[in-house]
Ligand binder design. Structure first.
Ligand SMILES: [Zn+2]
Length: 457
């Protein structure tokens, strides 16, 4: 809760700055935010492989605008080096890029927004940090914009940023140096930058970054039930990270298998909240469900245990429904973690759902049949999944998940398994397992509409 409360403070601070967004320049070859200006002294890194060229003052990195890259620039490497007195983040690029750097707080992060770049870095890279960096994530953020989110141990100051040309083949290296922050506050330019990014994301709401969700109904069967499949996370929000894979990829693969199975049955229309590796804010997922009047919403996730010593022992799938108070402490923590997805990605979207709305939705749930239907589906899904994959010790639970706050659509969130369990992660990465899960959920949906279908319009 501390985390969420603090984020609200930042969100309001951003809202307070207001106006003049369109005038904010997208800086070429390096930002010069006020908080980073005037740092003439740049420490050299004792442990950076390969040896870093002597850092130049920022003004010298402002070469003429980069030539238009041929094809997309690829980020094919990222690393952290140094120690707590000076930590360096490096991103290896196949060409020059435009970028912008700003910090966010609660939790402390440094964000690098990069224009038109694709990542080919192994997805689990960045789980462990060094020095002031605890971990980092990377991926798509908004149309034409990718993002690296660097989580830091406390507040840091960005001592220097450099885009260095390497060799004659056009390769570049983007380097950021962090030192412990002497003052914690964000500058106005940082707040403005965060706000400008959020505006990009809102812009993308109108045109979802994933291919526009095509309902794919058979033309002669417009009233088939609409199933909304919601693969969690995506883009810069990788979700839980295992030894090999990441949650966002596993749940997208299962989502696609489920879409295929449902469409093949000829009994349903299907929409995906995302069908590619795109970042989609939680509220956009809810809005899609509402606007298309989905009759069942299935959010797909994978869980992870922080406590490594328990990781080998804990595994299995759990199906969650919405409740104001969680069924247990573990469920509450999980909901907090899933609800913080947008926050950790640095997407400060002003919330559309006020606390009053949330209360009234929860109240509505008591009065409506929606929650009863969700509970019904949860039970059916547990039964069907039990026949094909391992379930957790208590597979039917509830908690206050943002994405399940839907008053009209029965909604469940399935944690397919624990990516922190090596054996389970391997299974989850296999297509055979993914198909098995999709088949079981399809069977559950068939059962659900066979028993509850008559109540739908
Ligand atoms: Zn998740």
């Amino acid at each position: 809760m501390r985390l969420l409360t603090s984020s609200l403070i930042i969100a309001s601070a951003i809202a307070f700055v207001g106006g003049g967004l369109a005038a904010l320049p997208w800086r070429v070859l390096g930002p010069a935010p006020a908080w980073a200006q005037g740092s003439t002294h740049v420490k050299t890194m004792p442990t950076t492989p390969p040896p870093a060229p002597a850092p130049k003052p920022r003004s010298e990195t402002k070469s003429p605008a980069p030539p238009a890259p041929v094809g997309p620039v690829v980020a094919d490497g990222a690393s952290v080096s140094g120690d707590r007195s000076l930590t360096r983040m490096a991103v290896e690029l196949t060409g020059p890029v435009e970028y912008q750097v700003f910090r966010l707080q609660a939790p402390d992060r440094v964000v690098i927004d990069i224009s038109n770049v694709e990542f080919t870095i192994p997805p689990a890279t960045g789980r462990n940090g060094i020095g002031l960096v605890t971990s980092f994530r990377f991926g798509a953020f908004a149309p034409g914009r990718a993002r690296v989110v660097i989580e830091t141990d406390g507040s840091v100051q960005v001592e220097a940023t450099r885009l260095i040309r390497e060799g004659s083949r056009g390769r570049h290296r983007l380097e950021l140096d962090f030192i412990p922050a002497s003052t914690a506050g964000l500058s106005e330019s940082e707040i403005a930058a965060a706000r400008e990014s959020a505006a990009r994301l809102r812009l993308s709401d109108a045109t979802p970054p994933s291919p526009p969700p095509a309902a794919k109904p058979a033309p002669d069967a417009p009233r088939l039930p609409l199933i909304m499949i919601d693969p969690g996370h995506g883009g810069v929000d990788s979700g839980a990270r295992g030894a090999i894979g990441v949650e966002k990829d596993i749940v997208l693969a299962v989502g696609r298998e489920l879409e295929r199975a449902l469409l093949a049955s000829g009994k349903y229309r299907v929409l995906m909240t995302r069908s590619s590796d795109a970042f989609v804010p939680l509220e956009q997922r809810i809005r899609l469900s509402r606007e298309h009047e989905a009759q069942l919403f299935i959010s797909l996730h994978a869980d992870s245990l922080e406590a490594r010593e328990l990781a080998h022992a804990i595994r299995g799938a759990t199906i969650y429904t919405l409740s104001q108070s969680a069924s247990d402490e573990r469920a509450r923590k999980l909901a907090d973690k899933e609800n913080a997805a947008d926050l950790l990605a640095g997407a400060h979207l002003p919330t559309e759902v006020s606390q009053d709305d949330v209360k009234s939705i929860l109240f509505d749930l008591m009065a409506r049949e929606t929650n009863g239907l969700a509970l019904n589906f949860r039970q059916i899904a547990a039964k069907r999944l039990r026949g094909s994959i391992q379930l957790s010790r208590d597979p039917q639970r509830s908690a206050n998940f943002l994405v399940l706050r839907q008053s009209e659509t029965p909604a469940v969130l399935i944690e397919l398994g624990y990516i922190s369990n090596t054996e389970e992660e391997k299974q989850m990465l296999s297509q055979e397992w993914q198909r098995k899960v999709a088949a079981s959920i399809t069977a559950a949906i068939n059962d659900f509409f066979a028993t509850s279908g008559s109540i739908f319009r």
